[in-house]
Design a binder for this molecule. Structure first.
Ligand code: PAF
Length: 279
């Protein structure tokens, strides 16, 4: 595997490649990331990964400084997956001058759910993803469904800018007890790690009630939040939304069986976890 940090070297390595499959990451790779690499390999060749902890998508009081950085271990994992090039730019490589041009998602999609609690995040994500796409020029790019709203925003961005990159969503990789794998799980204490699958259980509660025909989403969300609160969590939201645009479903949508997803974010101790489940 070639490891490059400058945009120039990356372009040299990839010149003439027309079927590149790209997986952008912030490192601290776990099985979930590796499953994205495997999916990428099915959709293109060569597979290119990036590791870049993108300051633009962290709020002032968020975990940019303490975000886990495990570069050597990540390199070994990517080598085993047969990744061809790892693009690991420094901040100077990717942002040699202040990144004043930004891509701002529309408010109805970027300002809801995560956007309500982390207002700077999606502009930071779309800006870096567009820039990474411009560097790698991938034919396909793979993103996990665990970050459901992120995936949808990137898909819409790619469509509206007519980017030549197909966006592929990968199923969420879960531990045996249901917890979605995430780099932030490593902040959890042993006791919190044992408690953490309660978030997925809360999503399953809402989804199974709805599948059984109980369509009072407001009441289901309220009960799921209450259950988490009673276990010591601080939920930001548990919310049933339409898959197509992440807006709340109307009574008509519910009656017609419009495809839905339930999304959640909650704090356990100092760690904020997110997850979702398609209904
Ligand atoms: O999902 C992530 O790890 C990040 O948001 C991404 C897409 C790599 C952009 O920094």
């Amino acid at each position: 595997m070639k490891i490059v940090s400058s945009i120039e070297d990356l372009r040299d390595q990839l010149s003439g490649q027309l079927r590149t499959a790209f997986v952008p990451t912030m490192g601290n790779l776990h099985e979930g990331h590796l499953s994205l690499m495997r999916l990428a390999r099915k959709h293109g060749d060569p597979v290119v990964a990036s590791i870049f902890v993108n300051r633009l998508q962290f709020g002032p009081n968020e975990d940019f400084d303490k975000y886990p950085r495990t570069f050597q271990a990540d390199v070994e994992k990517l080598e085993k997956e047969g990744v061809y090039v790892l693009f690991a730019p420094t901040e100077k490589d990717l942002y040699p001058e202040p990144q004043e041009f930004r891509v701002r998602p529309p408010d109805d999609l970027g300002g809801t759910l995560e956007g309500e609690f982390r207002p700077a995040m999606f502009t930071g994500v779309t800006t870096v993803v567009l820039k990474l796409f411009s560097c790698v020029q991938p034919r396909v790019a793979v993103f996990g469904k665990k970050d459901y709203q992120q995936l949808m925003i990137i898909r819409n961005m790619a469509r509206q800018f007519a980017l030549p990159t197909e966006i592929i969503g990968a199923e969420t990789f879960r531990a045996e007890d249901g917890l979605a794998l995430s780099s932030r799980n490593m902040y959890l204490s042993e006791a919190e790690r044992a408690e953490a699958p309660a978030l997925y259980r809360a999503l399953n509660f809402v989804a199974s009630e709805m599948r059984a025909g109980h369509l009072d989403t407001f009441e289901l969300e309220r009960r799921a939040m209450l259950e988490l609160t009673s276990r010591g969590w601080k939920p930001d939201y548990i919310s049933v939304r339409k898959r197509i645009d992440l807006q709340p479903p109307s009574a008509g949508d519910l009656a017609q069986g419009t495809p839905l997803v339930v999304l959640a974010a909650a704090k356990l101790g100092n760690t904020r976890l997110i997850d979702n489940l398609e209904i």
